[in-house]
Ligand binder design. Structure first.
Ligand code: 5GP
Length: 137
């Protein structure tokens, strides 16, 4: 199977602006810089997305993402941070290798748009909550 772009970055075949590395995790600046300092945090071992990643590895990635978010507030002058991960094409995932976006926020016109509309009308919320709760047991 052909290597995805992040496996190639991890293997040093493609350059990146690295901000952190340990045995399991690599963090580097996103090439698109949706906002200044936009960073990607990835596991070095390949997993297709967040949902397909073992919890122990996911925890390590999220740990680094949290620290980078804190640093962006402290050092880049960000006044907020969006931490997000897209799973599957339908959710906007374009690179099939688990990655967490850490996107510093500066003001409303800073380049990042996330629209979360209220579509609750007509939904049976107790039934949905019950279904998920039962599966979690
Ligand atoms: P997704 O849409 O899968 O959640 O995000 C993939 C991200 O990877 C995009 O924000 C895109 O800009 C970034 N990206 C794609 N190719 C490269 C690359 O070669 N280098 C870096 N640093 N980022 C990349």
């Amino acid at each position: 199977m052909e290597k995805d772009i992040f496996c190639r970055i991890i293997d040093g075949e493609i350059p990146c602006h690295k901000v952190y590395e340990d045995d399991d995790v690599l963090a580097f600046l996103d090439i698109s810089q949706v906002t200044k300092g936009h960073t990607l945090v990835v596991p070095k071992k390949h997993y297709d997305n967040f949902l397909a990643t073992p919890k122990s590895v996911m925890h390590k990635v999220m740990d680094v993402a949290q620290t980078i978010g804190q640093i962006e507030i402290k050092m880049l002058g960000a006044v907020g941070v969006n931490i997000l991960t897209n799973c599957y094409e339908a959710a906007g995932q374009t690179v099939k290798h688990f990655h967490v976006h850490v996107i510093p926020r500066y003001d409303v016109g800073d380049g990042f748009i996330l629209e979360m509309k209220n579509n609750a009308e007509g939904l049976n919320l107790p039934a949905i909550a019950e279904m998920v709760k039962n599966e979690l047991k």
